[in-house]
Design a protein around this ligand. Structure first.
Ligand code: ZN
Length: 260
């Protein structure tokens, strides 16, 4: 674990107070192997906002994957007893939701594929973020007995229910990583394009976050990869890859804001 001390909320710029000494902020969420932290970098109010969308990604959309393969968790007991909802269609055509113990569930990695950031593609944009597809990788360990056990013809898992939460998480990762690299003083609040979307003040995350056709990374030997680069007008961009050792996973492009 590496930690870079900031001493100020990176989102609202609040300073530590006796009632809120500020908390450390993971650049990548702890639950997906995040190892880098910004020390004393998030106030309570902002932490509640970022925990909410990171929770939707990790505890909902990645629940299946995280519980079946060994991800870090702060709730080991809960994990052991975890049951995962699967929607099935039985042979008689009935649709129902069953709970499958995590040890019997397949490890399915599903990552969203988004349109390119609207601000880059110059396409018409209204709000939110648009998924154009998904990446899926299934574990070969899966015993494959759910269908048999439940007399089902189809089994579906729940995933990618929160595309906007994913988009906001990538924006947060990119911004926090950029703060580590350049220091908070290089970012004026009004120049951070993604800030209002991270904090849920605007619903324009698809403007700044998306997937590109062009790929930046090859096979990496790490859990995650981030690349930063500066384009004209001191505008800072990031590309993020989760599960970076896998070649074909989507990369996420974030147009962070301007450096000063
Ligand atoms: Zn704050």
């Amino acid at each position: 674990m590496t930690k870079t001390r900031i001493g100020q909320c990176i989102y609202c710029r609040a300073r530590p107070t006796p009632s809120d000494p500020l908390s450390d902020e993971h650049i990548f969420p702890f639950g997906i192997y995040g190892k880098q932290q910004l020390g004393k970098a998030s106030c309570k109010t902002c932490r509640d906002i970022t925990s909410d969308f990171e929770g939707k990604v990790q505890q909902d959309d990645m629940k299946n994957l995280r519980s079946v393969i060994d991800f870090p968790t702060r709730h080991l007991k809960r994990k052991k007893e975890l049951k995962l909802p699967h929607e099935i269609v039985t042979k008689s055509g009935e649709v129902k939701v069953i709970e499958v113990p995590s040890k019997h569930a397949p490890a399915i990695m599903v990552l969203s594929v988004f349109k390119a950031p609207a601000h880059l593609s110059n396409e018409a944009y209204e709000e939110g973020i648009e998924m154009t597809g998904y990446f899926m990788n299934t574990s070969t360990k899966y015993p494959g007995t759910i269908a048999q056990d439940h007399n089902a013809t189809e089994v579906a898992i729940y995933s990618l229910r929160w595309p906007e939460a994913w988009g906001r998480m990538f924006a947060k990762i990119a911004y926090a990583f950029a703060v580590k690299e350049y220091g908070l003083s290089r970012f004026k609040e009004e120049d951070v394009y993604v800030l209002n979307a991270i904090l849920g003040k605007t619903n324009d995350i698809g403007k700044w976050v998306g997937c590109d056709r062009e790929r930046v990374f090859g096979d990496e030997f790490d859990d995650q990869a981030v690349g930063l680069w500066i384009v004209e007008d001191n505008e800072l961009h990031a590309v993020i890859k989760l599960f970076a050792w896998l070649n074909s996973v989507p990369e996420y492009h974030v147009r962070i804001g301007k450096l000063s």
